[in-house]
Write a protein that binds this ligand. Structure first.
Ligand SMILES: [Zn+2]
Length: 221
Protein backbone atom coordinates (compact mmCIF):
# COMPACT_ATOMS: atom_id res chain seq x y z
CA UNK A 1 0.00 0.00 0.00
CA UNK A 2 1.25 3.39 -0.92
CA UNK A 3 0.19 6.90 0.11
CA UNK A 4 0.97 9.40 -2.67
CA UNK A 5 0.99 13.05 -1.56
CA UNK A 6 0.72 15.71 -4.27
CA UNK A 7 1.59 19.20 -3.05
CA UNK A 8 2.57 20.45 -6.50
CA UNK A 9 -0.09 23.18 -6.25
CA UNK A 10 0.50 23.78 -2.56
CA UNK A 11 4.13 24.80 -1.88
CA UNK A 12 3.18 25.91 1.64
CA UNK A 13 1.98 22.41 2.52
CA UNK A 14 5.05 20.33 1.64
CA UNK A 15 5.96 19.64 5.27
CA UNK A 16 2.33 19.19 6.27
CA UNK A 17 1.93 16.71 3.43
CA UNK A 18 4.74 14.60 4.88
CA UNK A 19 3.03 14.57 8.28
CA UNK A 20 -0.21 13.49 6.60
CA UNK A 21 1.65 10.76 4.75
CA UNK A 22 3.32 9.29 7.83
CA UNK A 23 0.03 9.44 9.77
CA UNK A 24 -1.97 7.72 7.04
CA UNK A 25 0.75 5.08 6.58
CA UNK A 26 0.71 4.41 10.33
CA UNK A 27 -3.10 4.24 10.49
CA UNK A 28 -3.96 2.49 7.24
CA UNK A 29 -3.84 -1.07 8.60
CA UNK A 30 -5.45 -0.07 11.88
CA UNK A 31 -8.44 1.55 10.15
CA UNK A 32 -8.67 -1.47 7.85
CA UNK A 33 -8.87 -3.69 10.94
CA UNK A 34 -11.40 -1.42 12.67
CA UNK A 35 -13.60 -1.56 9.55
CA UNK A 36 -12.93 -5.21 8.73
CA UNK A 37 -15.56 -7.23 6.88
CA UNK A 38 -15.41 -10.37 4.70
CA UNK A 39 -15.45 -8.47 1.38
CA UNK A 40 -12.96 -5.79 2.42
CA UNK A 41 -10.14 -5.42 -0.07
CA UNK A 42 -7.47 -2.90 0.91
CA UNK A 43 -6.71 -0.33 -1.76
CA UNK A 44 -3.14 -0.59 -3.10
CA UNK A 45 -2.76 3.16 -3.28
CA UNK A 46 -4.33 6.32 -1.85
CA UNK A 47 -3.71 9.65 -3.58
CA UNK A 48 -3.86 12.86 -1.57
CA UNK A 49 -3.99 16.11 -3.53
CA UNK A 50 -4.11 19.62 -2.10
CA UNK A 51 -6.31 21.76 -4.31
CA UNK A 52 -5.96 25.56 -4.30
CA UNK A 53 -9.40 25.89 -5.92
CA UNK A 54 -11.39 23.78 -3.46
CA UNK A 55 -13.10 25.87 -0.80
CA UNK A 56 -14.39 23.11 1.52
CA UNK A 57 -12.20 21.18 3.96
CA UNK A 58 -11.56 17.82 2.31
CA UNK A 59 -13.39 15.05 0.52
CA UNK A 60 -12.81 11.51 -0.63
CA UNK A 61 -13.79 9.97 -3.94
CA UNK A 62 -12.75 6.42 -4.73
CA UNK A 63 -9.12 6.10 -3.65
CA UNK A 64 -8.51 9.84 -3.89
CA UNK A 65 -8.51 12.40 -1.11
CA UNK A 66 -8.61 16.11 -1.92
CA UNK A 67 -7.82 18.73 0.69
CA UNK A 68 -8.27 22.48 0.52
CA UNK A 69 -4.99 24.42 0.38
CA UNK A 70 -6.55 27.44 2.11
CA UNK A 71 -7.99 25.34 4.91
CA UNK A 72 -4.87 23.33 5.70
CA UNK A 73 -2.54 26.32 5.54
CA UNK A 74 -4.35 27.60 8.63
CA UNK A 75 -5.30 24.23 10.20
CA UNK A 76 -2.10 22.20 10.18
CA UNK A 77 -3.15 20.57 13.45
CA UNK A 78 -6.22 19.02 11.81
CA UNK A 79 -4.68 15.69 10.82
CA UNK A 80 -7.81 13.98 12.11
CA UNK A 81 -9.82 15.26 9.15
CA UNK A 82 -7.43 13.36 6.87
CA UNK A 83 -7.94 10.19 8.93
CA UNK A 84 -11.70 10.74 8.49
CA UNK A 85 -11.20 10.91 4.70
CA UNK A 86 -9.01 7.80 4.69
CA UNK A 87 -11.80 6.03 6.57
CA UNK A 88 -14.08 6.91 3.64
CA UNK A 89 -11.62 5.38 1.17
CA UNK A 90 -11.48 2.21 3.29
CA UNK A 91 -15.26 2.14 3.79
CA UNK A 92 -15.74 1.93 -0.01
CA UNK A 93 -19.45 1.51 0.71
CA UNK A 94 -21.94 0.43 -1.89
CA UNK A 95 -24.85 1.83 0.13
CA UNK A 96 -25.43 4.31 2.97
CA UNK A 97 -25.32 7.34 0.67
CA UNK A 98 -29.02 8.17 0.35
CA UNK A 99 -30.87 11.06 2.02
CA UNK A 100 -32.08 8.52 4.56
CA UNK A 101 -28.79 6.93 5.61
CA UNK A 102 -25.79 9.07 4.52
CA UNK A 103 -25.23 9.98 8.17
CA UNK A 104 -24.28 6.37 8.94
CA UNK A 105 -21.32 6.74 6.56
CA UNK A 106 -20.27 10.05 8.11
CA UNK A 107 -20.89 8.80 11.63
CA UNK A 108 -18.67 5.75 11.16
CA UNK A 109 -15.89 7.85 9.59
CA UNK A 110 -16.01 10.20 12.58
CA UNK A 111 -16.23 7.20 14.94
CA UNK A 112 -12.95 5.94 13.49
CA UNK A 113 -11.50 9.40 13.90
CA UNK A 114 -12.72 10.38 17.36
CA UNK A 115 -13.01 7.04 19.12
CA UNK A 116 -9.82 5.50 17.74
CA UNK A 117 -7.40 8.02 16.26
CA UNK A 118 -7.92 11.17 18.33
CA UNK A 119 -6.88 11.33 21.99
CA UNK A 120 -9.68 10.77 24.49
CA UNK A 121 -9.64 14.49 25.31
CA UNK A 122 -11.04 15.15 21.81
CA UNK A 123 -14.03 12.83 22.18
CA UNK A 124 -17.27 14.36 20.88
CA UNK A 125 -19.37 15.99 23.60
CA UNK A 126 -22.53 14.26 24.75
CA UNK A 127 -25.36 15.09 22.34
CA UNK A 128 -27.88 17.63 23.56
CA UNK A 129 -31.65 17.81 23.15
CA UNK A 130 -31.15 19.82 19.94
CA UNK A 131 -29.21 16.98 18.31
CA UNK A 132 -30.40 13.93 16.37
CA UNK A 133 -28.67 10.78 15.19
CA UNK A 134 -29.37 11.75 11.58
CA UNK A 135 -27.04 14.76 11.80
CA UNK A 136 -24.03 12.63 10.93
CA UNK A 137 -20.43 13.28 12.00
CA UNK A 138 -19.75 13.59 15.74
CA UNK A 139 -23.37 13.20 16.84
CA UNK A 140 -23.89 9.98 14.90
CA UNK A 141 -20.44 8.77 15.96
CA UNK A 142 -21.36 9.27 19.61
CA UNK A 143 -24.69 7.50 19.09
CA UNK A 144 -23.19 4.54 17.23
CA UNK A 145 -20.49 4.16 19.87
CA UNK A 146 -23.17 4.19 22.57
CA UNK A 147 -25.16 1.45 20.81
CA UNK A 148 -21.99 -0.49 20.02
CA UNK A 149 -20.95 -0.49 23.68
CA UNK A 150 -24.24 -2.21 24.52
CA UNK A 151 -24.56 -4.44 21.47
CA UNK A 152 -20.97 -5.10 20.50
CA UNK A 153 -20.08 -5.50 17.64
CA UNK A 154 -23.04 -3.56 16.23
CA UNK A 155 -20.82 -1.24 14.20
CA UNK A 156 -19.19 -4.27 12.60
CA UNK A 157 -22.56 -5.42 11.23
CA UNK A 158 -23.57 -1.93 10.09
CA UNK A 159 -20.23 -1.41 8.34
CA UNK A 160 -20.51 -4.82 6.69
CA UNK A 161 -23.99 -4.10 5.34
CA UNK A 162 -23.06 -0.62 4.02
CA UNK A 163 -20.03 -2.09 2.30
CA UNK A 164 -22.01 -4.94 0.77
CA UNK A 165 -24.84 -2.64 -0.29
CA UNK A 166 -27.46 -4.30 1.93
CA UNK A 167 -27.79 -1.74 4.72
CA UNK A 168 -31.24 -0.93 6.06
CA UNK A 169 -32.21 0.68 9.39
CA UNK A 170 -34.04 -2.58 10.15
CA UNK A 171 -30.66 -3.99 11.14
CA UNK A 172 -31.17 -2.33 14.53
CA UNK A 173 -34.51 -4.11 15.02
CA UNK A 174 -33.17 -7.38 13.70
CA UNK A 175 -30.03 -7.56 15.84
CA UNK A 176 -31.15 -5.79 19.00
CA UNK A 177 -34.95 -6.00 19.05
CA UNK A 178 -35.15 -2.18 19.14
CA UNK A 179 -35.43 0.36 16.36
CA UNK A 180 -32.80 3.01 15.69
CA UNK A 181 -35.24 5.59 17.13
CA UNK A 182 -35.72 3.54 20.29
CA UNK A 183 -31.96 3.40 20.80
CA UNK A 184 -31.71 7.16 20.35
CA UNK A 185 -34.44 7.73 22.91
CA UNK A 186 -32.81 5.34 25.36
CA UNK A 187 -29.53 7.17 24.92
CA UNK A 188 -31.18 10.54 25.53
CA UNK A 189 -32.84 9.16 28.65
CA UNK A 190 -29.51 7.83 29.90
CA UNK A 191 -28.05 11.32 29.40
CA UNK A 192 -30.91 12.86 31.34
CA UNK A 193 -32.50 14.48 28.29
CA UNK A 194 -36.19 14.54 27.30
CA UNK A 195 -37.16 11.69 24.97
CA UNK A 196 -40.45 12.97 23.58
CA UNK A 197 -38.89 14.97 20.76
CA UNK A 198 -39.71 13.85 17.25
CA UNK A 199 -37.19 13.79 14.42
CA UNK A 200 -39.08 16.65 12.75
CA UNK A 201 -38.23 18.79 15.76
CA UNK A 202 -34.57 18.63 14.90
CA UNK A 203 -32.48 20.48 12.42
CA UNK A 204 -31.75 17.58 10.09
CA UNK A 205 -29.17 19.23 7.87
CA UNK A 206 -27.23 21.60 10.08
CA UNK A 207 -24.41 22.05 7.63
CA UNK A 208 -26.56 22.82 4.61
CA UNK A 209 -24.94 20.18 2.49
CA UNK A 210 -26.49 19.04 -0.74
CA UNK A 211 -27.21 15.40 -0.05
CA UNK A 212 -27.38 14.58 -3.72
CA UNK A 213 -23.71 15.43 -3.90
CA UNK A 214 -23.08 12.82 -1.26
CA UNK A 215 -23.71 10.05 -3.72
CA UNK A 216 -20.46 10.96 -5.37
CA UNK A 217 -18.47 12.93 -2.85
CA UNK A 218 -18.18 12.61 0.88
CA UNK A 219 -17.37 15.82 2.64
CA UNK A 220 -15.41 16.07 5.79
CA UNK A 221 -16.61 18.30 8.50
ZN1 LIG B 1 -16.97 12.46 5.63
Amino acid sequence: MEIIIDTSDAPGLVNFGQVVKSTLVEWFDRVGDILESPTYTPPSQINVYFDPNYDGVAYASGNNIVGSVDYYLTHQDDIGSMVHEMAHVIQSYRSCYTNDDWYITEGIADWVRFFHYEPASNRPPKPGSDNHYSQGYRVTAYFLDWVNARYNPMIYWINKDCREGTYNHQIFDRLTGKSIDQHWQEMLASLGLPTDLKPSDFEKDPYGYDHKLRHKILHSH
